[in-house]
Design a protein. Sequence first.
Length: 120
Amino acid sequence: MSERCDVYQFDREKVERVTTLMQQEDLSSVAALFKALADETRMKIAYALCQEDELCVCDVANIIQSSTATASHHLRHLRTMGLAKSRKEGKLVFYSLDDEHVRSLVTIALAHRKEVTERV
C-alpha cells in the first residue's frame, strides 16, 4: 500500500475548519511539553513520580543511576516545563508531578506502547 494519495484532492471545508482551530491553540508549548518527556531520563523520572507521590533529588538520582547534579538538572527542567513541582524541607528538595494530567500522559503513553507492541 502506498503511503500517499494517488491523486491530489482535499476537502476545503475540513481543511479550513482544522486550520482555524489549530491557529487558536498554543501547539508549540504542547510540543515543548512532549519534547521534555521525549528525553528517556526525564521519562524515567516522570514514571518514578507516577509510582511515588513524592521523591527527593537523592531518591531520583539513585533510581536513574546518576549523580544528584544530573537528577537535579532533569527535575528542574520538568519543573520549568510545568510537569513537576518542588518543595524544600530542611536541606532536602522533594519533587512530585504537577498534577494528574501529567500522570495521565505517562500512563496513556505506556498503555499505548503496550498495545502497539502486542499488535506487532
